[in-house]
Ligand binder design. Sequence first.
Ligand SMILES: Cc1cc2nc3c(=O)[nH]c(=O)nc-3n(C[C@H](O)[C@H](O)[C@H](O)COP(=O)(O)O)c2cc1C
Length: 480
Amino acid sequence: MADVRYPRLASFKTADALRRHLRQSGIALELDDALPAAERLALAQPIDVGPVRVGNRFCILPMEGWDGTSGGAPSELTRRRWRHFGISGAKLIWGGEAVAVRQDGRANPNQLLLTRDTQGEIAALRDVLVAAHRGRFGSNADGDLFIGLQLTHSGRFARPHATDRPEPLAAYAHPWLDRRFPGGLQMVPDEDLDRLVDQFVEAARLAWDAGFAFVDVKACHGYLGHELLSARDREGRYGGSLENRTRFLRSIVAGIRDASPRLAIGVRLSVFDTVPFRKNARGVGEGEAPASSYRWAFGLFDSDKGSMDEALADARQVLGILERLGVRWICVTAGSPYYNPHVQRPALFPPVDGYLPPEDPLAGVARQIDATARLKAACPSLVFVGSGYSYLQEWLPHVAERNVREGLTDFVGLGRMVLAYPDLPADVLSGVPLKRKAICRTFSDCTTGPRLGLVSGCYPLDPFYEAHPDGARLRACKAT
Ligand SMILES: Cc1cc2nc3c(=O)[nH]c(=O)nc-3n(C[C@H](O)[C@H](O)[C@H](O)COP(=O)(O)O)c2cc1C
């Protein structure tokens, strides 16, 4: 059980009480006292981006479920999750979940894999989402629903054949992270990256033919597209200078533009990072490497210096490049669930391979909001989705509404919250009070499950997963 040193969000009965706590803790996070009538919500306003209209400002973030078939097709569990995305009320579906573009890039043996063989079933997955959306909101409700597919290669964190067998394909030798792979790592050669560019472009074409309106070229969370951005020590055409480090991303974007000109392109980017964290003797997370001499991050945030502006210098450059290539859609995230989960998905209770929070999780929420706001100000014509809001719990709508109204972000992305409470956006948008029993309390079982080789889902709050055989397995593992 976590060392609950930080007050639970449910204990703040008023916005002022939460504000007092934030002030005392030195956390810069603002929120509205109350929400206006549903029709006046900033969150309810549509946005027009070129020819695309998206009906409101809620976005479902990508979340894989470790529940596809061994061949990479969706299962009934996958369809259930996408059905929930459809009834959520959110009008932007950022990728659904990470889908590998080839077998050795799967993060787990049950990750979806987009090939000619699975294309039909992945197209049908999208249809399930659209049908659920129409079923709940009306037969024409999908006119302003914008659905993309997230394309990935898991690189260093690939486990394509067995959950307990890493098969890392790394961008460069990393003096700290390599220690976590006692079985060794393979470095991905330039020629293979050239091939992989073509495979991303081909997967994007399959996604377009399957009916997706955009693809996300994933560049976050320590996976290959993200790791290459910090490949300063790599020799050859994909390492060293910024031009080389962005070659992979640039080539994929340019290739997709050529091959599928009507397909929109998004990039989910870890816009800042930290040194890797590990558990200390008290079980609390601590930085494993000194930040002062750490040169393996894309956008190092040094919590001692606290300079977000400096940390975002790398991201500003990459966003400038993407903007020049015609990319408009950016989903902001940070760090990696593998080596700094408190940065990426702030939680009170750690996953099985994590650590007790080294800071009030609200500080992690505020940091992602701050980073998004700074990048929106620097690149106003890009469309931004912010992440990391689930920890806000009952206060999520109050922070989300303010952030959209004040232009700190264009969309508010929801991850863990929709696993627990799929139709929270619909409730907020129709002025219905939140169902408190459905609110995600960040128990991290959605991450612990997969770390133990089980399917992902909300075990504590979704009765379906509580009753699922993996629910019993999870409880048994946690009890030992
Ligand atoms: C179970 C689980 C699976 C996830 N899978 C993905 C994924 O496939 N692709 C991705 O970009 N992010 C993934 N994420 C990260 C989320 O999209 C999101 O950034 C993170 O949970 C923080 O947002 P939240 O506070 O709303 O949960 C996953 C998160 C969870 C909890």
